[in-house]
Ligand binder design. Structure first.
Ligand code: ACO
Length: 376
């Protein structure tokens, strides 16, 4: 592109779609799904209610929720071929890479796979949300040489996830904290992975193809992969007394501090504030309060020195760790929450689609004469 182009690096501030799903007020540090404040949803609603809100535009009444929960529970199975595929993958396969492949395989088996109608997309959203959770846990079990755990129909989505991961029924407190964190991750308008799903959808591709792309985008450490990186930082620091030395080194070497900073939030990420409270309680209850203390001390030190805010991935790290989630499953867990938003955005994009096709600012050589290979 040449004349009059106005490059916006990283598309910062560019409004790329209309959405009814998520109202992100970065200036005032506020977030709402479908008009409901994120704090009310995280504390008082279940992840299932939030997924219903995102897919239907309204919170469900009791009969609607009961039917919806039954639909999600009946979708709690993955094809035998997918388990076989997990067995064939190298043991060292990154869980996010396995998840991306799993979503593609789930697409091969879905009865509505290439049907992009609103109703088919809604059915696929419910199936893929249930199956994604099962696939994450099944892959984890298989790579550890264990059999996948059969889902428990009497457990909610979050509790069943923790159960399928470990084979142990979680405490009510652990299940609630995990359920709330899935809600906090469920939707966040045009973040990189959701935008990826919208770009893929805009070509009239199908839901599984778009979700597989979203998984690939979420994996990176500047996006969902940051949570895992935060935990590695906390483990590297190891003790509260070492925070000061770590911070001095990090500032001196201009190290990128994972879990800090955000493209849109300027006055703080409201999700981080909620997760901080949940992390404090979970770390205390699990006898691992040290990780919360290191996190708080690092937060205060970094914010004071650089003015950086902790984002959603900062306090979710000690929370997930204290819930016994393996560190390399932190990003898949984020995907297990964000699937609600990805699929809702895919439905919204299909329902009012225009191909997303921006331009590039050409900075290469000017026009020049072609030189045949023999003379180069
Ligand atoms: N650590 C150190 N410096 C930072 C950080 C950080 N985490 N974040 C921003 N900065 C500094 C940059 O060095 C840069 O400084 P400079 O202008 O002096 O060069 C300035 O702030 C602007 O940084 P950009 O990277 O241009 O800001 P951008 O809006 O592109 O980045 C991002 C946002 C990617 C989230 C960034 O803050 C970051 O890398 N954070 C760490 C990774 C992370 O936590 N990602 C998760 C985000 S939330 C989510 O996706 C679920």
């Amino acid at each position: 592109m040449s004349e009059g182009s106005s490059l916006i690096r990283g598309l910062e501030g560019v409004v790329a779609a209309e959405t009814r799903l998520c109202d992100l007020d970065g200036k005032n540090g506020r977030l709402a799904y479908g008009g409901y404040d994120i704090e009310d949803l995280a504390r008082q609603a279940t992840f299932e209610e939030v997924a219903y809100l995102l897919w239907h535009g309204e919170l469900p009444g009791k009969p609607q929720l009961d039917r919806f929960v039954s639909e999600l529970i009946s979708a709690r199975s993955i094809p035998r071929e997918l388990i076989e595929a997990f067995r064939l993958m190298p043991r060292s396969t990154d869980p996010m890479r396995a998840l991306q492949a799993a979503v593609a395989i789930l697409g091969m088996h879905d009865p509505d796979t290439t049907d992009n109608s609103h109703d088919a997309n809604r059915r696929k959203a419910a199936r893929v949300a249930s199956q994604l959770a099962i696939a994450i846990c099944a892959h984890h079990r298989v790579r550890g040489g264990q059999e996948p755990v059969t889902p428990a129909a009497d457990l909610g989505h979050a509790a069943n996830f923790l159960y399928m991961l470990t084979g142990v029924r979680p405490s009510a407190t652990a299940a609630k904290a995990f359920d709330a964190s899935l809600t906090l991750y469920a939707e966040h308008e045009m973040n990189a992975s959701t935008f990826t799903t919208r770009v893929i959808t805009s070509t009239q591709s199908d839901m599984h193809s778009a979700v597989a792309g979203g998984v690939g985008a979420l994996k990176g450490p500047l996006h969902g992969g940051a949570g895992e990186a935060v935990m590695h930082t906390l483990l590297e620091i190891g003790e509260v007394a070492s925070v000061e030395r770590f911070t001095e080194d990090a500032l001196r070497t201009k190290r990128r501090l994972m879990g800090f900073g955000h493209r849109v939030y300027r006055a703080g990420d409201p999700r981080a504030a909620i997760l901080r409270g949940m992390a404090e309680e979970a770390c205390r209850q699990s006898g691992q309060f040290k990780w919360f203390q290191i996190s708080v001390t690092l937060h205060e030190r970094i914010s004071a020195a650089k003015g950086l805010i902790p984002n959603v991935d900062f306090y979710s790290a000690p929370l997930f760790y204290s819930l016994g989630i393996p560190v390399d499953l932190f990003t898949p867990v984020i995907a297990a929450g964000r699937i609600a938003g990805w699929t809702a955005n895919i439905i919204e994009q299909h329902d009012d689609n225009r191909l997303i096709r921006p331009r590039g600012e050409y900075t290469g050589a000017g026009r020049r004469a072609f030189v045949p290979l023999a003379r180069r």
